[in-house]
Design a protein around this ligand. Structure first.
Ligand code: PHE
Length: 344
């Protein structure tokens, strides 16, 4: 009898160990077959009861039944433990769609680019072509051809970065007027956006590298009214339908007459006497413009008696200051993602 108990105990211990070691359902099933199956170890022990003296048999049967019951309970526990583990693993791999989403941090287009594209889209709708040119220019394109001879004081006005005696970083996009007219017969209608450089100390209103957009139209019978019409349309496209433009007499060697262009203050619409944006004047300055000087037309081989043209050059950062009410021009180059995203 104690023989039987010892045998069952040993068998039970090995069965338990097999269950603990089982990694999957198949291993569990194998353990069941090895011990509790039709030719398993427990069944063989049960068969051996037949060799016992008859009076001992019922007790032996009971002992075996008790061991089997406890083993079966263990097997069941092991099975549910395994399937729980499989469920957990499955869950960990699946995406729980009820979880709050983490929105990806996306980039944002810099306002300089955005405004350039908006201005370009307005002018291309009206048949203008967008042209790009070099940032390093010979003084010829930058000055001489634009009616600014070597001794002209206007050269000093464009506080430039000179690279050699004759090469400089362009301080404005007007060289593109010359390059375009030299390559094409009139009519020409172009928009030339790009970087410009001036030796300015950086502060809230100045950067030494900034962007301009140059516009140029040359054809027959072009007059100042066309310029005003196009710029009014541009300002309405950029800042809203209530915008107007006004011209103030000015001077540029490459235009005659020349004018500074102002547009209605988009914040107060020209109505406030104490507007923080326009200082109460109701107008915001955009940049320079004028009718292309006859000397410039002559320089590129256009006959000023046949053709006329207008041109303008606006600062892109300045357009952004107006449109987004940016207080400090340095914000454009801080690369502050929060600033950029807020304008997106
Ligand atoms: N190039 C001038 C500037 O940078 C602006 C301008 C362009 C004026 C075209 C008239 C015509 O100040």
């Amino acid at each position: 009898m104690s023989d039987l108990t010892t045998k069952l105990d040993d068998l039970h211990r090995r069965f338990s160990a097999a269950l603990t070691a089982a990694e999957d359902e198949r291993a569990l099933e194998q353990a069941r077959v090895d011990y509790l199956g039709r030719s398993g170890e427990v069944t063989q022990v049960r068969r051996a009861i037949g060799q016992l003296p008859p009076p001992e048999r019922p007790a032996a049967g009971k002992t075996i039944n008790a061991a089997v019951a406890s083993m079966e309970a263990e097997l069941e526990a092991a099975q549910s433990r395994l399937s729980q583990r499989a469920f957990d693993a499955d869950l960990a791999q699946r995406i729980d769609v009820t979880f709050p989403a983490i929105s990806p941090r996306t980039g944002a287009i810099n306002p300089v680019r955005r405004i350039t594209e908006d201005v370009a889209s307005y002018f291309t709708r009206h048949g203008f072509a967008v042209v790009l040119g070099p940032e390093v220019e010979p003084d010829y394109y930058n000055f001489d051809a634009l009616n600014i001879p070597a001794d002209h004081p206007a050269r000093e006005g464009f506080d430039s970065f000179w690279l050699t005696e004759t090469l400089l970083l362009r301080p404005h996009t007007s060289p593109m007027q010359i390059r375009t007219m030299q390559q094409h017969r009139p009519p020409v209608a172009i928009l030339a956006p790009g970087k410009c450089y001036r030796r300015d100390a950086v502060d809230a209103r100045h950067l030494f590298q900034f962007h301009q957009i140059e516009g140029l139209l040359v054809a027959q019978d072009v007059h100042f009214g066309h310029l005003k019409g196009m710029l009014t349309g541009m300002c309405r496209a950029l800042f809203g339908s209530g915008q107007n433009v006004r011209f103030r007499p000015s001077f540029f060697p490459f235009t005659e007459p020349s004018a500074e262009v102002d547009t209605t203050c988009p914040r107060c619409k020209g109505l406030a006497s104490q507007c923080g944006m326009c200082g109460g004047s109701g107008w915001i300055e955009l940049g320079g413009s004028g009718m292309v000087h006859p000397n410039v037309l002559r320089e590129v081989g256009y006959d000023p008696d046949v053709y006329a043209g207008w041109a303008f050059g606006f600062g892109v950062e300045r357009l952004g200051l107006i449109r987004y009410e940016i207080d400090d021009i340095r914000r454009y180059i801080d690369s502050d993602p929060d600033f950029l995203r807020q304008l997106a």
